[in-house]
Design a protein around this ligand. Structure first.
Ligand code: SF4
Length: 200
């Protein structure tokens, strides 16, 4: 990765202690994983890839956040980041209340996936996000099938994907049942600006 100049690497360490690592991942390898990350950071120095080290935003991790940040801040360089990763419910298909007591209360903003993702399943159905493939039971996010429609046609000005994007921009998820039940919109930080009644 270093010699091939990979741009960015996200490391989902997710926890800050052996106990939490065993409890949630079922593997007793926390020390080994940390040692590997430290070796990697030393080897790349200030070079690529930009490295993001994540800890999961779950209740069990709350007492560990400051220590996690303090420990890894001393080891990363100025291009790297420590990221508090919101817990994802995979389009509302995974119950996460036992991990995260309080739901996010901040204002919902558009899901960036509908602006930068295209997923195609094994039958050729296309979706503007990865959650659509696994959880779109009512086809509200299916934007066409590559057997019958070109990808270019799926993205024309008045296509379904443009309608979906606009619904996210207008805070009007209406018939987008999968989106309404999904918390993945909050995983990346908000990159949108709200002007009037619309996100840009
Ligand atoms: S909110 Fe969820 S279901 Fe809707 S576009 Fe984003 S990832 Fe897909």
């Amino acid at each position: 990765m270093i010699s091939n100049s990979v741009d960015c690497l996200t490391i989902s360490l997710n926890f800050n202690s052996t106990d939490m690592h065993i409890k949630h991942s079922g593997v007793n390898a926390f020390d080994k994983v940390c040692a590997n990350i430290e070796r990697f950071l030393k080897a790349k120095r200030s070079n690529k890839p930009k490295t993001i080290i994540q800890i999961l935003d779950i209740d069990d991790n709350v007492p560990e956040m400051v220590t996690f940040k303090s420990f890894w801040s001393k080891r990363i360089n100025s291009n790297d980041t420590i990221h508090l990763r919101p817990f994802c419910d995979f389009g509302g298909t995974v119950e996460i209340s036992q991990y995260k007591d309080k739901k996010r209360t901040g204002r919902r903003y558009p899901c960036e996936q509908v602006f930068n993702q295209l997923m195609i399943n094994v039958t050729g159905d296309c979706f503007p996000c990865c959650m659509g493939i696994t959880s779109d039971s009512d086809d509200s996010l299916c934007i066409g099938n590559v057997k019958y429609k070109s990808i270019t046609d799926m993205y024309t000005t008045d296509s379904k994907v443009q309608v979906i994007r606009n619904m996210h921009r207008m805070d009007d998820l209406g018939s987008l049942n999968t989106c309404r039940a999904c918390g993945t919109w909050s995983v990346p930080s908000n990159i949108f600006v709200r002007i009037g009644n619309k996100w840009y």
